[in-house]
Design a protein around this ligand. Structure first.
Ligand SMILES: Nc1nc2c(ncn2[C@@H]2O[C@H](COP(=O)(O)OP(=O)(O)O)[C@@H](O)[C@H]2O)c(=O)[nH]1
Ligand SMILES: [Mg+2]
Length: 250
């Protein structure tokens, strides 16, 4: 797995017990973006995820300990950064993201100069109905994030996200450990980085289980809310202490 050229792209796929979907996910990525390496980061799955991903042609980063989603994604960012990739797109291993949307995320990353491009389920023709609780959570976080980010983000919990090398440098050093998507936006915004959204299809999960069940939703909301405000305070404090200096540390 090598980064070649100024537009080198790596697809990272976090996976935990996704034996039912992972093979199809990897094959569909190879089909849509041939020649682009696919790295499955296995968070100590107890099923056949690794063998099926490997059989489908993916590279595997097997984590020695279960890290949770944020740690798993960050491990992928770290490796991509060390290997010199210029762009990284995360596609989930459960088959909810559609590989056919990868080219538009990649195109937007290169043409807009944005540091992060989010595949949004709410920008397409008819959007995608989320569950009631998640739908309310998304609306709530849109409101919370609007003044912090300075513009609206339609799908702040989307895991279908592309980043460029500048964002990769930040995320390989500093990335939220649990439920990372919303906090990661704030981490970038505090550094004055830019994001954009492009329409994408997000399919219902067919196999396995989502980490965000209805029961966990309240915990999720409180946890993420706290993380958002800690990031706002942390970076405001740093900006005050070091006016005029750029801050790319973790
Ligand atoms: N590494 C890791 N991956 C996870 C964990 N939970 C979920 N994933 C993977 O991360 C992706 C997104 O998780 P998912 O539960 O589908 O989140 P949702 O789509 O936002 O409900 C999937 O590919 C999962 O296999 C976890 O605890 N650790
Ligand atoms: Mg999912």
């Amino acid at each position: 797995m090598r980064a070649t050229g100024p537009d080198s792209l790596l697809i990272i796929v976090p996976a935990l017990n996704e034996e039912g979907a992972i093979g199809g996910v990897v094959r569909s990525i190879h089909q849509e973006v041939p020649g682009v390496p696919v790295l499955v980061i296995d968070d100590c799955s107890r099923d056949d995820t690794v063998a099926r991903a490997r059989a489908a042609g993916a590279e595997i980063l097997p984590l020695p300990h279960h890290l949770g989603l944020g740690g798993c994604v960050q491990a992928g960012y770290k490796l991509a950064f060390e290997l010199g990739f210029q762009y990284v797109i995360r596609v989930d291993g459960d088959g909810q993201h559609d590989a056919r949307d990868i080219p538009s995320v990649f195109q937007k990353l290169r043409s807009s100069g944005c540091d992060m491009v989010i595949g949004s389920r709410f920008l397409g023709a008819d959007g995608w109905p989320t569950g009631l609780v998640r739908g309310l959570g998304i609306r709530f976080f849109r409101l919370v994030l609007r003044p912090i980010l300075g513009k609206q983000v339609r799908d702040p919990t989307s895991g279908f996200v592309g980043v460029n090398h500048r964002a990769l440098a930040v995320f390989s050093r500093s990335f939220p450990l649990e439920y990372p998507e919303i906090e990661a936006l704030v981490v970038l915004q505090r550094r004055r980085f830019r994001f954009a959204e492009v329409p994408s299809t997000i399919r219902p999960r067919l196999t396995g289980r989502s980490t965000i069940t209805a029961v966990k939703s309240l915990y999720y909301i409180l946890h993420v809310l706290l993380g958002v405000f800690v990031n706002v305070l942390k970076f405001d404090g740093r900006l005050r202490r070091r006016p005029g200096q750029s801050d790319t540390g973790g």
